[in-house]
Design a protein around this ligand. Sequence first.
Ligand SMILES: CC(C)(COP(=O)(O)OP(=O)(O)OC[C@H]1O[C@@H](n2cnc3c(N)ncnc32)[C@H](O)[C@@H]1OP(=O)(O)O)[C@@H](O)C(=O)NCCC(=O)NCCS
Length: 219
Amino acid sequence: MPAAVLEKMIAGLGSAWPAGVAVAICPPQSEPGDLYPVEEAAVSRAVTGRRAEFAGGRRAARRALAALGHPEVAIPMAEDRSPIWPEGIVGSVSHCDTACIAVVARQSDYMALGVDIEPFNPLPEDILPEIGLASELDAVGPDRRLAGRQLFSAKEAAYKAQYPLSRTLFGFDALRYDGAVRALRFARPVPPFAKGQTIPVSQWTGDGLCLSLSALSRT
Ligand SMILES: CC(C)(COP(=O)(O)OP(=O)(O)OC[C@H]1O[C@@H](n2cnc3c(N)ncnc32)[C@H](O)[C@@H]1OP(=O)(O)O)[C@@H](O)C(=O)NCCC(=O)NCCS
């Protein structure tokens, strides 16, 4: 699943992609030479594959920032492992084996962003109950295991988007897919989110990929 396939997929979305959200894709960087010292420190003891995906994500993030007209900066990793975006910017990073994706936007336009990229293949049957209820899987699509992959990806994107606002870690049961509104709904209060509040997630599948984007717009 080369990064070029993902790039083509996003380019093909045209106006379906949310306005004001800059995106960039890079392959994992096997020689992560362009990390800033504060970033290098975050992965100095990591295995090669982890260093490569981290560096690819940081490179993609800087390219996405440049597309917004933002100067190149370090993007440190917080203690909770979330990226620390520059003042006035919100963003998110995800990686799979061959592609690292970063999305960024101005904080004046979006409260937060969450992105997830996955290979679009069926999840193993035995982990489906952990990801969602049978009713959620049914609402996503007819193939339970593929629906599981889509639900997993949507929940990961929504989780990343809500995290900067709630700073709360929770399991997959905290968000339920509501097919009627095509959004994820909080099953319990996660302040500042109320029980029943929805988080929008857009999802695109094709060319062996499942891409989910949760963009919490201010408008
Ligand atoms: C954070 C998490 C969602 C990452 O998902 P993943 O599938 O392992 O990996 P991805 O490649 O998609 O994303 C990794 C990126 O997420 C980002 N990230 C890590 N913690 C984060 C957080 N708390 N909030 C937002 N983004 C976070 C980082 O940018 C990371 O990449 P980097 O370390 O190279 O910068 C996952 O590891 C996690 O902790 N999940 C919490 C439990 C959960 O999933 N609950 C269910 C939600 S409904």
